[in-house]
Design a binder for this molecule. Structure first.
Ligand SMILES: *Cc1c(COP(=O)(O)O)cnc(C)c1O
Length: 667
């Protein structure tokens, strides 16, 4: 269950309201066309619209020891109280109330979906609200300083972070043409040199595709502009590929009654980047193949990163201080220096100290778990952690099914040697995502059964951390022995949790997906536990079929037993229907081609084998301590400082400036 997080209930002392920069944003109505009698130019006038005021609030973002404080600008929506009732709406209180409601609605609730798009009108309203306000403010600021709007691209890049802000493309065109008076050609020249797009997923259900009737009603002028962008683009496609209407269907912005926002961003942007090498490769060779063939120069990779200031210096002070003791504090602003730890991997004393810090961090997490879950966990057991948004492609279901399998083994063979394990989950499900919520319920049900079974002597513990968020994430990463990164290969564009675990000395148990590929490349295969189908194998099954989960089910009795336990009441107090949706997602025997689309049963054996290798490696504490330390020592690439420098160098073309301190200026 989710409850609202009313984060502004008591105000926010760190933000400054800037009423003087408020901007009007208009929705709906109709577009009247006329020729300007003086200039002869086309004019597009929006009528009968609703509008709200966007009021900016500025928040200071303090740099780390670099004498820089940047501004993060966020927007509130307010009704326009003194709007022109006098013109044709005098006494139209209904309209005034409507505008008040619209303003409240726009900023009331944040859509918490992740890797899934819900085509809600309010969501598009929000996107346009923030984009229009931001672009109006951007243009005003630019003109104050630089004047000539035709040179906007020389000073500004609009980096569109996913498809969510891509309405920036037609909105910038609108502002340049309708407000600044540029021709279409000049506006396009500026827009296509200003906008750049970062793709974050290849999953079709996450790419925003707005129904044309909704889009054109809410944003009538914007829709006209999208139509013209599409028309001109398709002329080019047909020039390049005469007679190839398949290409047109695949690349069009408007198709099958939808506005395809990713296609628009690619057509308009001068740069299209993926967020890990494998992801960018899949974009170029599969998902965006047609765009890549037509405009290869736009495509580039920027592997994601994380900040060591939060996820090591702040989140793991014991390890941070120890590292600084060994190699100095240069790593805090230059993570490549963490490689200086590599020679210490051969130093037994250093390894003992490293593992002692890990133990202390496990004690800290055990306390947190005792306080929040009331569960006793042994810090000497293997802490195996999967924390991330709940999504079928991330396969928390594979993890919990494997725990059910281990539990069966322990029950059946009490004499079997088994290294004690603590499996920890943390995850948030989107509000309407039933299978995700059922997976959380299953994890909690398995925890109830396993944790309260005294016959297994505490060999197995399962914990679900509520309210997974950055503050408790810091505690989890610091305490992890094993980093679970088990997405279906090809589905996790990059992942960043994987990097946070690595930085804190937890080897990856994972598939060759997203940035895991680069993590393995940096740390060496011998310091990770890799399993499962490759991305190419998954893509081949998706394209050609040939995988039937019932084959796995009927040919591996241990897998069959675990899947059957979803239905036999073992984890549901005898209720045989509680997990029927999860069961059907794996095995719907009526419709096998739609079952197990994330290859959970296919990868199960390979995963169980990898888990076995984890146990063996952990038993050898000398070997394990080397693996763990090597992960920290090889994590230098995965700083967001490196990522941002690549955006700066390759896309934004900024010059680096060093800001002197006030003291330096004084001297
Ligand atoms: C890093 C992080 C994520 C992303 O985790 P992935 O494993 O990359 O999906 C999600 N939520 C929180 C709180 C995080 O710190």
């Amino acid at each position: 269950m989710e409850v609202p997080d009313n984060w502004l209930k008591e105000g926010n002392p760190f933000e400054v309201r800037r009423e003087e920069y408020a901007k009007e944003v208009r929705f709906g109505g109709n577009i009247r066309f006329e020729k300007d009698p003086v200039t002869g130019k086309d004019k597009f006038i929006q009528e009968n619209y609703e509008s709200v005021m966007a009021v900016p609030y500025d928040m200071p973002i303090v740099g780390y020891g670099n004498h820089v404080v940047n501004t993060l600008r966020v927007w509130d929506a307010k009704p326009i109280t003194d709007f022109k009732l006098d013109e044709f709406d005098r006494g139209n209180y209904h309209k005034a109330v409507e505008q008040e409601n619209l303003a409240k609605l726009i900023v009331d609730v944040l859509y918490p979906n992740d890797n899934h798009y819900s085509g809600k009108e309010l969501r598009l309203k929000q996107q346009y609200f923030f984009i229009s306000a931001s672009l109006q403010a951007l243009i005003e600021k630019y003109k104050k300083k630089h004047g000539d709007i035709r040179k906007l691209h020389e000073k500004v890049v609009i980096q569109m972070n996913d498809t969510h802000p891509t309405v920036a493309v037609p909105e910038l065109m609108r502002l340049l043409i309708d407000v600044e008076g540029l021709s279409w050609e000049d506006a396009w020249e500026v827009t296509s040199k200003t906008c750049a797009y970062t793709n974050h997923t290849i999953m079709a259900e996450a790419l925003e595709k707005w129904p044309i009737d909704l889009f054109s009603k809410l944003l009538p002028r914007i829709y006209q502009i999208v139509q013209e962008i599409d028309r001109r683009f398709l002329i080019k496609v047909r020039e390049m590929y005469p007679g190839n209407e398949e290409k047109v269907r695949k690349m069009a912005i408007l198709m099958n009654g939808q506005v395809r926002m990713a296609n628009m961003a690619i057509v308009a942007g001068f740069s299209v980047n993926g967020v890990a090498q494998l992801h960018t490769e899949i974009l170029e060779k599969q998902e965006l193949k047609d765009f890549y063939q037509m405009m290869p120069e736009k495509f580039n990779n920027k592997t994601n990163g994380i900040t060591q200031r939060r996820f090591l210096a702040h989140g793991n002070p014991l390890l941070a201080d120890w590292i600084t003791d060994k190699i100095g504090d240069g790593w805090i602003t230059d993570l490549s220096q963490i490689a200086k730890l590599k020679p210490l991997v051969e130093d037994e004393d250093a390894r003992r100290e490293f593992m002692e810090i890990k133990y202390q961090n496990k004690v800290r997490l055990a306390k947190y778990i005792k306080e929040h879950n009331g569960i006793d966990v042994d810090p000497r057991s293997i802490f195996d952690i999967q924390v991330k948004r709940l999504h079928e492609y991330k396969r928390q279901l594979l993890n919990i099914l494997h725990i059910m399998y281990l539990y069966n083994q322990i029950k059946e063979h009490p004499e079997m040697s088994f290294y004690p394990r603590t499996f920890i989950f943390g995850a948030k499900a989107a509000a309407g995502y039933l299978r995700a919520k059922e997976t959380i319920k299953l994890i909690n049900s398995v925890a109830d059964v396993v944790n309260n079974d005294r016959s297994i002597n505490g060999k197995l513990k399962v914990v679900f951390i509520e309210d997974y968020r950055v503050s408790n994430a810091e505690i989890l990463f610091a305490a992890a022995d094993v980093s679970e990164q088990i997405s279906t290969a090809s589905k996790e564009a990059s992942g960043t949790g994987n990097m946070k675990f690595m930085l804190n000395g937890a080897p990856t148990l994972g598939t060759m997906d997203g940035a895991n590929v680069e993590i393995v490349h940096e740390v060496g295969e011998e310091n990770a536990f890799i399993f499962g189908l490759s991305s190419q194998e998954v893509i081949n099954y998706e394209n050609n079929g040939g995988y039937n989960p019932t084959d796995v089910y009927f040919n591996d009795w241990e897998i069959k037993r675990v899947v059957d336990q979803l239905m036999d009441g073992t984890y549901s107090n005898g209720d045989h229907n509680m997990y029927i949706n999860l069961y059907n997602s794996l095995l719907n025997t009526q419709c096998t081609d739609k079952a197990d689309t994330y290859f959970i049963l296919k990868d199960f054996r390979s995963y169980a084998d990898a888990q076995k290798r984890v146990e063996e490696a952990y038993r050898d504490q000398q070997r394990w301590s080397k693996m763990a330390m090597m992960n920290t020592a090889c994590s230098g690439k995965f700083t967001s400082d490196r990522t941002i420098e690549e955006y700066v160098r390759d896309i934004w073309h900024l010059e680096k400036v060093e800001v002197p301190s006030g003291q330096d200026l004084f001297e």
